[in-house]
Design a binder for this molecule. Structure first.
Ligand SMILES: *Cc1c(COP(=O)(O)O)cnc(C)c1O
Length: 401
């Protein structure tokens, strides 16, 4: 993966040689996220998008406190998806005015926390309107709300669809006029709309289409809003390449389209702030997962590198987090970057299940016990998206370097 340099046959993470970093951390497995790559990604993205588009970090992609604190200093806002994430975002120093909270099934406790913090709440049901009315009356805290709309279209070619058709997310576009009327009656402070159609998309034309349709839909819905639309969150869905043949997303058409929408918004929704919210795209390529080879076995001619890490730390790389057909994440032997290659090598973990597979029949540098296996593209949906307690092995360390 070209985002990381190599020196003397070793991968450099945060400018440090991998084996030295492993010694400094004191144990394997670990996740390491490269601070300068995070910064670089945000700067490159801003350069590709028109000035005036606001950039939010959806922290469920990587909620490590040090990462959230670093991101909070780079982006315009943080999107949280639970009361727990809200605490981390506030600890990280994020400005509550620029935090928004989405997710189905928000509890009364979470809504009260959100009111007390003064953040923007993306309403996803009629129940939430009623609860917020009661809680706001009880506490005297003003409610800042936006409506999360389940659009009447899908984000095409998306890894995970989160809008269009029947969904647990948001309120169906057809029901939004009613919901807006209730928000007005309840006296909640309406600020805008939130549309999030899907995730992990590598087709710019699909993202452009979804953003255009989201804009049009918001324009139509704005007619029934109890107050002018001040924020329009157009979602995100920007993907990163994981598998052979996948290319990095071409941002040029997306930037051009957002520039056009920005211009239109000045006429058709004056004063609105256009926001996009990204998780994986901002952090995914900056992180690696590193585990150590514990054993090298040959079974009927096939080489297995048995490591101290596996699906309990990295469910996504094992192929069990939303993949339909298992494909290998990019993997390397990080302390033998110029070693002689060996074909047909499988990398497995210590769990007693054949699902515990980090790489299947790959071409890797010849490795022995003690060597370090690196799984790239691991900065998003890593440890917190994995069943860490499964089989009671030690937890993975996490560092930002
Ligand atoms: C998960 C999520 C995101 C982040 O998705 P990525 O694919 O990581 O960019 C953004 N917004 C909402 C509402 C989400 O649920």
């Amino acid at each position: 993966m070209d985002q990381f340099a190599v020196a003397d046959g070793e991968l450099l993470i945060g400018g440090q040689r991998l084996s030295r970093l492993a010694d400094r951390i004191g144990r394997t497995p670990f996740y390491a996220c490269d601070r300068s790559l995070l910064t670089h990604r945000v700067h490159a993205l801003r350069a590709a998008l028109p000035v005036g588009i606001e950039l939010h970090y959806a922290m469920k992609a990587n909620p490590m406190p040090a990462v959230v604190a670093h991101m909070a200093g780079l982006v315009d806002g943080i999107d949280v998806a639970s009361g727990g994430e809200l605490q981390v975002a506030l600890d990280a120093g994020a400005d509550p005015r620029e935090i928004s909270f989405a997710g189905p099934g928000k509890s009364a406790l979470e809504l009260k926390q959100a009111l007390a913090a003064g953040i923007l709440i993306n309403i996803e049901s009629f129940r939430e309107v009623e609860l917020l009315r009661q809680l706001s009356a009880e506490t005297g805290y003003a409610a800042r709300v936006a409506v999360r709309v389940n659009p009447d279209f899908e984000l095409k070619s998306s890894g995970m669809k989160m809008g269009g058709g029947p969904k647990q997310f948001g309120v169906d576009a057809e029901q939004v006029p009613d919901l807006l009327a209730r928000i007005g009656e309840a006296g909640l402070g309406f600020e805008g709309f939130h549309l999030f159609a899907g995730s992990q998309n590598l087709k710019p034309e699909a993202i452009v289409e979804a953003q255009q349709k989201s804009f049009e839909l918001a324009l139509r819905l704005a007619k029934d809003a109890p107050a002018p639309v001040r924020v329009l969150n157009l979602g995100g869905g920007f993907g990163i390449p994981y598998f052979p043949g996948e290319q990095r997303l071409d941002l040029a058409p997306i930037g051009a389209n957002l520039a056009a929408l920005l211009q239109r918004s000045q006429v058709e929704m004056p004063g609105v702030r256009l926001v996009i919210e990204l998780g994986r795209y901002l952090v995914g390529e900056a992180g690696v997962y590193v585990c150590r080879v514990v054993d090298r076995k040959v079974s009927r001619g096939q080489v297995y590198l048995v490591t101290d890490g596996g699906l309990h730390h990295h469910l996504a790389a094992s192929g069990n987090f939303g993949q339909v057909i298992r494909k290998n994440y990019p993997v390397a032997i990080g302390n033998r970057m110029d070693g002689a290659m060996e074909p047909g090598v499988s990398v497995v973990g210590p769990l007693c299940t054949p699902l515990d597979l980090l790489g299947e029949r790959m071409s890797l540098a010849h490795a022995e016990p003690g060597d370090l296996v690196v799984v790239f593209q691991s900065g998003a949906y890593g440890i917190t998206a994995s069943p860490q307690n499964f089989l009671s092995h030690p937890a993975a360390a996490e560092v930002l370097v």
